[in-house]
Design a protein around this ligand. Structure first.
Ligand code: C5P
Length: 204
């Protein structure tokens, strides 16, 4: 199969030096890309800024913002059989980008107006036909209900549920929920082992 993987955070610029971002390291997405390659799949990895080296065998596209990620994914999606949406896409972006560095004014409060970003996975999975779509849900607490809502709303086949403790962790667990009623726990294991189990379960 040819599989599109999104990974890492997105950065939403405020001015030439500042951005809104998040703590995603990209490790889960890159690990999934490697697991897919190891099982003989072709991988297109569209990634936000990370400190990681992309696997050599993957087609790699580096992006910065959510809108750039969507544009890169749209371009590749036509020719793909599956998508693994692992990126921590910023939900919002600043409504205005200042071409000049914003000046500090200690006597003035500053508000940043935000606009919602597109949902990349939902946008692509909407018209997926028989292609496979997998997403991640990071939820605190039980989270199954919320993960199942996302599975349905985004038209996914699979959703991997994990908790905030998985962020940056060496060893983690995942709960894999399927549109077919599958509900299984993978791990605790390293992200490499988890990725292999996830790939086997979702697309073989
Ligand atoms: O943020 P949320 O919990 O809705 O993320 C669930 C899934 O949707 C993740 O797989 C994430 O990569 C994807 N997503 C996306 N574009 C967004 C928000 C989330 O592709 N704007």
């Amino acid at each position: 199969m040819r599989v599109l993987v999104t990974a890492g955070p997105t950065r939403e610029p405020l001015d030439p030096v500042r951005f809104l971002g998040n703590r995603s390291s990209g490790r889960m997405g890159y690990s999934i890309a490697r697991a897919l390659l190891a099982r003989g799949h072709e991988v297109i990895l569209v990634s936000g800024p990370t400190a990681l080296k992309p696997p050599k065998a993957a087609t790699f596209e580096q992006v910065e913002t959510a809108r750039q990620m969507l544009a890169a994914c749209r371009k590749h999606w036509k020719a793909c059989d599956a998508i693994f949406g692992v990126a921590a896409v910023a939900d919002y972006r600043p409504a205005k980008f200042s071409k000049r560095k914003l000046k500090r004014n200690p006597n003035e409060d500053r508000c940043i107006e935000l606009l919602p970003n597109p949902d990349i996975l939902a946008t692509l999975a909407r018209s997926k036909g028989r292609r496979v779509a997998l997403g991640f849900a990071l939820e605190s607490g039980a989270g199954k209900k919320e993960a199942l809502r996302k599975l349905k709303d985004k038209n996914l086949d699979w959703i991997a549920l994990n908790g905030p403790e998985a962020q940056g962790a060496e060893v983690a667990s995942l709960r894999l929920l399927g549109a077919d009623g599958t509900d299984c726990v993978l791990g605790p294991a390293s992200k490499a082992v988890l990725s292999r189990a996830l790939v086997r379960a979702a697309i073989g």
